[in-house]
Write a protein that binds this ligand. Sequence first.
Ligand code: MLT
Length: 232
Amino acid sequence: MKIDVCYTPDLIHQYEVENKTVVVIDILRATSCMVAGLASGVQSITPVATVEECEALGAQGYIMAGERGGQKLPQFQLGNSPFEYMKPELRGKKIATTTTNGTQAIELSKKANEVVIGAFLNQKAVVNHLNKTKNDILLFCAGWQGKYNLEDSLFAGAICNALKNDAEFESDSALCALYLYQSMASDISYYISRSNHASRLTKFNVREDIEYCARVDEFNVLPKLKGAELVL
Ligand code: MLT
């Protein structure tokens, strides 16, 4: 089994996603929300690329969620906080979401053999699944508007670290992620709080989201794309 890391959607054209298990990673905050929501009883989450697609699903009865630039859209019921996704009234409900980076990365992964959702919140569940898969693996970081980000790369490194004895690193991207993680593993929460997107989010008063998204193994669930929907 081979493993590689794509650090931003702007680099995905250099990778083949077909026949692979793609793990989409957007720690702050899209994939953390997906894990928290589905683990808390949300029936399904449909990720879409545009606000218009989300509104079309809203007209069909979906709860509309997401953000642009980190901020909730006024016409949506939910923003992009894991705490909003864990509300008891969302149990059994279908959510449609569009976000600046995370749902774009999912869109670009759709030709993969399978697409799963990774976050620190479900790290062990991701590793357990990857240990069983027969596919080669691509860890796909959503980044920020096409650029590299720390928190997604750090999580990619955590997965590379967990699989380093069983998987062959396909390129130096995986090796760099491994070394990054190994140099920061002692205090993940601190290093995430130093990231560019954490500063951006702090201005919107969502410090608790940043701390929550850095928690490891809160949930033993693995969201997986089935058709257009993420389900457990
Ligand atoms: C994204 O998809 O870009 C993020 O989840 C942005 C955010 O923190 O809301």
